[in-house]
Design a protein around this ligand. Structure first.
Ligand code: PMP
Length: 362
């Protein structure tokens, strides 16, 4: 076979030179790098999942419910806020939800705006859908300056604006006033990516309450984090029913498999149990923030299941020294900072020991 590389293929010019999204998937004792939930399904849930899959197995010769109505109804009920099935849409991970939003509201000749540092897939999905990416910097404490946002929106007239709250990789959340101010000026749709919503601290709001008064607002959620279902690949959104109609134009038929739908629906029935673990993770997160600050690190406020901390003159060296001790964290975000996902108490004990050794504080 002739040796050919990517550059020899007739790929789209705008894809040349780009790198795929890729958090390392390494086999290490303590993996704290992709904001997964460390608690696997309980034996009771695992058994229920098995029964649910067995229940649909004999019907797998047929296509699944194309509109995933039952799952969407369950998600609407979970979200509350008076939402119904027509206002909720689901897909394979919130990444696919985001891609469908860009396919429907972005595209060639259109612009999407985000406030960086933020989730790296936003610009990637933007580019892949032929949309132009317009980044606006966040403030020093990783917030969004409303005046700067207003000006950037007035200048660029973006078709899609991304607000991520709590934000990845910083963990910081936005006030409702900020979301409202952006929604009031943005000419297109405003996407509030709330992948980490369930990890918010007391008093931090969700944008769901703004939906009745803002028909072009889209709130995106996922079952990958709080529901500990990253392997299932289900993300969803809440928006005006007309937005859901728009997404039907771009979604692939039968995009959510029957197995996915029934597994996600079963996990939803265990919401109380799963959210109990979230409570634990939030407490462990707050304890870690305190511990890091006590040890002289700078730490961004976190409303998520991860913490951004620094600042290091050579963060790669610290990241590597951690990895050498079997603890994988993420080298992401502004230079000098590192991000750690909250794991089990045992994993966090390893993390603390490794960090003190890696930074000469032991
Ligand atoms: N949004 C944000 C802010 C994220 O951090 C992630 C996952 N890292 C996602 C969306 C995508 O998650 P998923 O596709 O698993 O729902």
């Amino acid at each position: 076979m002739n040796e050919i590389g990517l550059d020899d293929l007739p790929i789209r010019d705008d894809l040349r030179g780009r790198s795929p999204y890729g958090a390392p998937q390494l086999a290490v004792p303590v993996a704290l790098n992709t904001n997964e939930n460390p608690y696997p399904p309980s034996p009771r849930l695992a058994e229920a999942l098995g029964r649910a899959v067995a229940g649909v197995a004999s019907g797998l010769n047929r296509y699944p419910d194309r509109d995933a109505v039952r799952l969407r109804a369950g998600l609407a009920e979970y979200l509350g806020h008076g939402l119904d099935v027509r206002q909720v849409w689901a897909a394979n991970g919130s990444n696919e939800v985001l891609q469908q939003i860009l396919q429907a509201f972005g595209g060639p000749g259109r612009t999407a705006m985000g406030f960086e540092p933020s989730y790296s897939m936003h610009p990637i999905i933007t580019h892949v859908t032929g949309t132009t990416w317009t980044p606006v910097p966040r403030t020093r404490d990783f917030d969004i300056d409303v005046e700067a946002a207003r000006v950037a929106i007035a200048v660029h007239r973006p078709d899609v604006v991304f607000l991520t709250s709590p934000n990845n990789p910083t963990g910081t959340a936005l006030s409702l006033e900020t979301v409202e101010a952006v929604a009031a000026t943005a000419p297109g749709v405003v996407v509030v990516d709330e992948a980490y919503a369930e990890f918010r601290r007391e008093g931090t709001p969700s944008a769901l309450s703004l939906l009745p008064t803002h028909p072009r607002l889209i709130v995106v959620r996922t079952m990958s984090k709080a529901f500990a279902m990253a392997g299932t690949r289900v993300g969803y959104l809440a928006a005006h029913p007309a937005v859901v109609d728009a997404l039907q134009l771009v979604r692939l038929p039968y995009h959510l498999s029957a197995v996915t739908q029934v597994v996600a629906g079963t996990a939803l029935e265990f919401a109380d149990e799963l959210l109990g673990a979230v409570k634990q993770l939030r407490a462990d997160r707050d304890a870690l923030v305190d511990w890091l600050r006590e040890h002289g690190f700078r730490v961004a406020d976190s409303d998520a299941n991860f913490v951004l901390f620094g600042e290091f003159t050579d963060r790669t060296a610290v990241w590597q020294a951690m990895l050498d001790q079997g603890v994988l964290i993420r080298e992401v975000g502004p230079p000098g900072w590192l991000r750690v996902t909250i794991g089990t108490p045992e994993e966090m004990a390893h993390f603390r020991t490794a960090l003190l050794a890696a930074t000469g504080r032991a």
